[in-house]
Design a protein around this ligand. Structure first.
Ligand code: DGT
Ligand code: CA
Ligand code: CA
Ligand code: ZN
Length: 584
């Protein structure tokens, strides 16, 4: 059996919460389920393991009845209670609960008062202005509903790369363990490390493809099979995402990798280049064109051979988007892309002093295990009350805490230092929320737009540019504020912001949190072209988040970024110098 994660259990409980609310059940029961959702989502141990030992009730807040439901879910993949709750409402009403920002109260209201029983009907009603007369709605709310329905549909079509990579790894491991498989790998957008993935493409080579397909069909990751032939198996994962497993002959591995890695536009460009050389490329190899048909095979086994056959060096998958990579490869001008091992430290993270989960020492220990030589601790500034922004006293205490950790580490001697930074709100007038009396305590200041948003692009831009020009800010965190599949970037003239940053030697962040990736790949490349320095940070709120660094590096690579463009590839002395010149 595939192991059910705590995240999936929390999602199941969350569905119960939504349905209980929809049913107008008593708040006491709803709250106890809501608490269970929070507990399970953050629980450090796998509930599946605890269940196997009959110890589910040892989890705080999980009583006998909840343990039974979780147990049923773990054993049978379904929960009778949840099914019964669902059966009390039309399917479409239950589905509406998945629309972001559209809670059970709204669903209940449009169902009871307008008889709306599907997302499509809700969309039509919003478009026709029929929601605005309901209590709690208005013309603005209608617009929001339409926007959120669009977001909901988009989220249905694509998944975050971070949701797909672990599944891909698990399935690759199973292919590797299949006796008839010779080589296997991930292809498609996941291999190109796109920030979201439509479906997952896997590739294997074998002399006995039918046996490999038969084995793949049985993988636990598949909840159903869409189609299975001798050379291809397609099916769905639990979340509805599709996976295509293709099996090709060993001497076609390279050609199939190029073909199925894509992007389609990159493939088209390669093929037209091949034609000019009297060659044709398909997923089996590169062939000489003889009387308009594929003749002698000149390459197929290795990706390098495919590119070589058309007179090019191998092109890293992240660049294969038909954005000038073929021209650059031709001229020997491909960028020397940054790698995870180039990163020497992480410059944005939170501790218990604001909304993080651990202490400075714990973050430092975890970062040392990743092989870093420094971190910067950057809790929230006073005005960000929702995230427990620090008071002046707390800032002073944190300064002492960091000094102690550095002393304990004999900073420098063991090659590890903790810097003291702050994630300061950029206030509405463009000033930074760092109290004067503690300003000198910080090694560096990050500026963030967190609140007081307006739709006035000019005002938002002026606010960011003022902060950049203030000489008090070292880099800007998650510059556009977008949340993948959920929230668009706030209106900001990014060109103006990037130009100001370049002119004032202020860096721009690539926030590596997998649902942010902000700056995006496209914006990274733009920033680089404008001469901006970058910094890739995890914005960790927990030691477990520190490994998200890879996602930021993926985006940077897709943005043609080299190590020399990124300040946290420097050593701590160089960084201190760079921060320091702003402080004199
Ligand atoms: P996705 O799944 O939407 O995130 O994006 P991809 O790039 O993984 O696209 P997908 O899964 O449809 O196909 C995987 C690769 O296979 C794609 O990147 C290029 C190749 N491919 C698929 N269909 C075609 C096609 O009609 N023509 C060409 N030249 N290549 C194709
Ligand atoms: Ca795909
Ligand atoms: Ca596919
Ligand atoms: Zn933040």
């Amino acid at each position: 059996m595939r192991r059910v994660t705590n995240g999936e259990i929390a999602e199941m409980l969350e569905q119960i919460v939504g349905l209980l609310e929809l049913a107008g059940e008593d708040t006491f029961r709803i709250r106890s389920y809501q608490r269970a959702v929070d507990t399970v989502a953050a629980y450090p141990e796998e509930l599946a393991n605890l269940h196997a030992q009959g110890k589910l009730t040892s989890v705080p807040g999980i009583g006998k009845s909840l343990a039974e439901k979780i147990g049923e879910y773990l054993d049978d993949g379904k929960v009778t209670y949840l099914d019964e709750l669902r059966a009390r409402f039309p399917e479409g009403v239950v589905e509406m609960l998945n629309i972001p920002g559209f809670g059970p109260r709204s669903a209940d209201r449009v169902y009871q008062e307008l008889g709306i029983t599907s997302v499509d009907q809700l969309e039509a009603a919003a478009k026709e202005g029929r929601l605005r007369d309901l209590k709690g709605f208005g013309p603005k709310a209608e617009e929001k509903v339409l926007h959120n329905i669009a977001q909901y549909r988009l989220a249905g079509e694509r998944a975050l790369l971070s949701e797909i990579l672990p599944v891909a790894d698990a399935m690759i491991a199973k292919l590797e363990a299949t006796p008839q498989v010779l080589r296997c790998a991930m292809a498609g957008s996941a291999r190109r490390h796109r920030e979201t993935v439509g479906d997952l493409d896997l590739l294997a080579t074998s002399e006995e493809p039918a046996k490999v397909s038969a084995a793949a069909k049985q993988f636990d990751e598949f909840v159903d099979i869409i189609g299975a032939g001798d050379t291809k198996v397609s099916g769905h994962l639990a979340g509805g995402r599709q996976v295509d497993v293709r099996v090709v002959p060993p001497d076609s591995y390279g050609a199939a990798m190029v073909y199925f890695t894509g992007s389609q536009q990159h493939n088209i460009a390669l093929r037209s280049r091949a034609l000019k050389l009297g060659l044709t490329i398909n997923e089996y190899g590169v062939f000489r064109l003889e009387n308009g048909e594929a003749g002698e095979k000149v390459a197929g086994t290795e990706e390098e051979d495919i590119y070589k056959a058309v007179g090019l060096p191998w092109i890293p998958p992240e660049l294969r988007e038909a954005q000038g990579e073929i021209e650059a490869a031709e001229k020997g001008m491909l960028p020397d892309l940054i790698e995870l091992t180039d990163i020497h430290g992480d410059l944005q993270m939170h501790t218990r002093s604001s909304d993080g989960h651990q202490s400075v020492a714990q973050m430092a220990d975890a970062a040392r295990e990743l092989g870093y030589s420094f971190i910067g601790v950057t809790d929230h500034s006073p005005s960000l009350a929702v995230a427990h922004g620090m008071s002046v006293d707390e800032i002073k205490q944190q300064h002492d805490e960091i000094a102690e950790v550095n002393t304990a580490l004999e900073s420098g001697k063991h090659g590890f230092s903790v810097l003291h930074g702050i994630e300061a709100d950029i206030l509405t007038d463009g000033s930074l929320d760092v109290p004067d009396e503690v300003y000198d305590l910080f090694d560096y200041v990050i500026g963030s737009l967190h609140q007081g948003f307006t739709s006035d692009v000019k005002r938002m831009t002026t606010r960011a540019v003022t902060a950049i020009k203030s000489g008090r800010m070292d880099f800007m965190a998650h510059p556009t504020g977008r949340i993948l599949l959920q929230r668009e970037a706030y209106g900001l003239d990014l060109d103006a912001v990037l130009e100001a940053a370049a002119a004032n030697d202020v860096a721009m962040e690539i926030n590596a949190f997998p649902n942010r990736l902000d700056l995006s790949d496209v914006n990274c490349r733009h920033a680089r072209d404008l001469g901006c320095l970058l910094t890739i940070n995890t914005d960790s709120h927990d030691v477990a988040h520190l490994t998200n660094m890879q996602y930021g590096v993926f985006s940077a690579r897709r943005g043609w970024i080299e190590a020399r463009n990124v300040i946290n590839t420097w050593d701590v002395e160089q960084l201190r110098k760079w921060f320091g010149k702003r402080r004199r």
